[in-house]
Design a protein. Structure first.
Length: 366
């Protein structure tokens, strides 16, 4: 299987299946000398861990990470870092009947067409558990970015069509409700609506917003490796994400140039912008403003409600999917979005180090 690797300099490759022995990641291109422990990784993994509320899958997994290589005496060595999380509570029997049919909204049919067969246990590589490797690697990128004063914060902007009110915005509240919503009133409404959908054996989608602060200007390449293009690829590679926009996004198509352009101003002796319709990216490069983007997350396709589909024999049938599935993906995907943003930004920051000869000369003191 190709396509399990992302990044040019700071590279990661995820591996493993939902119902295999475990899942993990290999990171190549990480600088030496970063203080790193399993606890640093676990903090982020715990945010995507299943079974933390009635609004997520009830599969209980500790998701305890083990660092297998690339660390010595508590610091990165500059060699590949390998990390693994063992699967401990697989119930593959829950999926035995789906081997014969194609679940709506899943990759069953496309896997069969591409490879000739598929691992039907929990979706195999298409399972949300694949994102464990992304989050583990992202934790390292987050720590690296923090050393540069860069912060990344994502949250649920909307779930089931219920959006936050920015007048009530409180990031601390996002950690106090099961939906990662920074608006207590919106979270209460989502709780009622989501409970109704659970009773109906249905699921809901939503929108995740992410804000990256204090990125230096000039990060990103000017043609194919644009910062916004690479962010779009990274975020769209998350299994449940069906849409991406940065800054005003699609709303920019409904305005005019005079209103869409961000005029430049001087602030504290530096060039700045009066507005941020562009979302912090101009010409594929960071402009020093906050980088703001959003990801549209589809409803969980595995639902117990009766659905129509076809089986491998070409017969039209009705199904009701069994197993332990998330009624909504959005809350647990928030940290995955942060991880992919951190990985993308770290890789482009490393690429940017070769952009100017004067800085290369300064670096090597020549």
């Amino acid at each position: 299987m190709a396509g399990s690797t992302i990044g040019n300099i700071f590279k990661i490759m995820t591996w493993g299946e939902s119902h295999g022995q475990g899942v993990g990641v290999v990171i190549d291109g990480c600088p030496a000398g970063i203080e790193l422990s399993e606890e640093d990784i676990q903090v982020m993994l715990d945010r995507r861990k299943p079974g933390q509320s009635k609004f997520t899958t009830q599969r209980k997994e500790a998701d305890e990470v083990k660092i297998m290589s690339g660390i010595f005496e508590g610091k990165t060595t500059g060699t590949p870092i390998s990390m693994m999380v063992f699967n401990k509570t697989q119930r593959s029997s829950d999926y035995s009947e789906i081997a014969s049919y194609y679940r709506p909204g899943h990759a069953d049919y496309t896997f069969d067409e591409k490879y000739g067969f598929r691992d039907y246990r929990g979706g195999g590589r298409s399972s949300g558990r694949e994102t464990i490797g992304r989050v583990a690697a992202g934790a390292i990128a987050v720590k690296l970015l923090k050393a540069l004063g860069i912060s990344i914060q994502a949250y649920s902007k909307e779930i089931g069509g219920i959006g936050i009110d920015y007048n009530n915005f409180d990031m601390n509240e996002a950690f106090n409700n099961p939906f990662t919503m920074p608006d207590a009133k919106a979270a209460e409404k989502v709780s009622v609506y989501a409970a109704e959908k659970i009773n109906e054996c249905d699921s809901v989608g939503g929108v995740i917003e992410c804000v990256i602060k204090n990125v230096m200007p000039g990060i990103g390449e000017t043609v194919f490796d644009k910062l916004d293009a690479n962010l779009a690829k990274a975020i769209m590679s998350i299994g449940a994400v069906k849409g991406f926009e940065i800054g005003d996004g699609f709303a920019a198509a409904r305005t005019d140039g005079l209103n869409n352009n961000d005029r430049f101003i001087m602030k504290d002796g530096k060039v700045a912008k009066a507005t941020n319709h562009s979302g912090g990216v101009l010409g594929g490069m960071s402009d020093g403003s906050d980088i703001v983007f959003r990801a549209a997350v589809k409803p969980t396709p595995s639902i117990a409600a009766t659905q129509k589909t076809v089986n491998k024999a070409g017969e039209e049938i009705e199904i009701s999917i069994k197993g332990r599935h998330d009624p909504m993906i959005v809350p647990r995907a928030v940290v995955v979005v942060e991880a992919m943003a951190a990985l993308t930004l770290t890789d482009l920051i490393f690429e940017n180090m070769t952009s100017r000869i004067d800085r290369i000369v300064d670096f090597y003191n020549r």
